[in-house]
Design a protein around this ligand. Structure first.
Ligand code: XIL
Length: 314
């Protein structure tokens, strides 16, 4: 029988998982990953706090381990992320830098990191979560540099690796609504200004207590792809509150396949990355206490109904 990776390959889809480098030392983890996925996102290791711990020090070790594993196994890599408002090192957040200094720091960061992975990273989440519902998020970057930090970030990333695809990534923009409307206007302006942006990442962190409106996601994806942009599903998970019983796992499986079916409807939706591979190692219970069971392999690496439903959808 075909597994997820073979089917994804045949369909031209990138099916991914977010991972940490230490997981690769667990044989069953590594095996499940390379058998079933063709795309990897470092869950944390490319964030500033890890990769740029001091002003003049970059630490690529953890991220390199992930990238090497991916390339050794003929998988592609999504870089995550070059600009975010959290998980930043204290030298940056408490540095009291001037606008000019901060511009230099950001340019240096982006060119060094993207340059280090030139030719190895397929796509970058250049900016992450930079919009706060109906306005630009008030971050260090906005406050000190102004709104142009976003287009500059794209330009610097493009200069450092002209072949990498470049994205804005965010949550709560999957359905039509105030925040996705703002994004729609915002990316249109970037396109008009010829900013090198390839698409938009919909994170897709969902809660099975309040499942998303798949029709609304479909309509929303449609308007973004009609702008000529890719829409990538970058951080998919469907968390379950409490204990995932048979019915809940069945509903979750249905939700996973509905989302995959939306992707398969559009030529410009080629990425379906899940924010974790197994319920054994998951950000979900840490972030949403009493929720879990969000991924497609259980704690023993057994495929869950959601795995089967993705296989069937593909
Ligand atoms: C999360 C990681 O999963 C956690 O391990 C970490 O402690 C915090 O960040 N949106 C994003 C991701 O874009 O970077 C976040 O990842 C999850 C929400």
């Amino acid at each position: 029988t075909d597994n997820l990776r073979q089917l994804a390959d045949q369909r031209g889809m990138l099916v991914g998982a977010a991972i940490e480098p230490n997981h690769l030392d667990e044989p069953q983890y590594a095996k499940t990953l390379k058998e079933n996925y063709n795309f990897i996102t470092p869950e944390n290791r490319m964030k500033w706090g890890f990769i740029h711990p001091k002003k003049d020090t970059f630490d690529f070790k953890g991220a390199d381990k992930i990238v090497d594993f991916a390339l050794d196994n003929k998988m592609k890599v999504r870089g995550h992320t070059l600009v975010w408002h959290i998980e930043n090192p204290s030298w940056l957040t408490s540095g009291n830098f001037s606008k000019e200094e901060l511009l230099k720091i950001l340019e240096n960061h982006i060119k060094t990191v993207v340059g280090h992975y030139k030719g190895k990273v397929h796509a970058w989440d250049v900016v992450n979560e930079v919009i706060d519902v109906y306005t630009l998020r008030n971050t260090l970057w906005l406050e000190k540099i102004g709104p142009e930090y976003i287009e500059k970030a794209f330009q610097w990333a493009h200069e450092a690796d002209p072949d990498a695809k470049l994205y804005m990534n965010d949550f709560f923009i999957e359905e039509k609504g105030v925040k996705s409307d703002y994004y729609y206007k915002f990316v249109k302006e970037l396109l008009d200004k010829k900013v090198p942006i390839d698409g938009i990442g919909f994170q897709c962190h969902f809660d099975m207590q309040t499942p998303p409106d798949m029709g609304s996601i479909y309509d929303n994806v449609k308007r973004f792809v009609e702008l000529g942009l890719d829409v990538d599903f970058t951080e998919v998970d469907f968390r379950i509150y409490g204990y995932g019983d048979e019915t809940q796992l069945k509903n979750q499986a249905e939700a996973y396949s509905q989302l995959m079916n939306i992707a398969l409807n559009f030529d410009k939706v080629k990425v379906f990355t899940m924010w974790g591979l197994t319920d054994k190692h998951s950000w979900v219970p840490v972030t949403y206490p009493e929720s879990g069971d969000a991924h497609i392999f259980d704690k023993e690496y057994k495929p869950k109904p959601a795995y089967t439903s993705l296989v069937n959808a593909l």
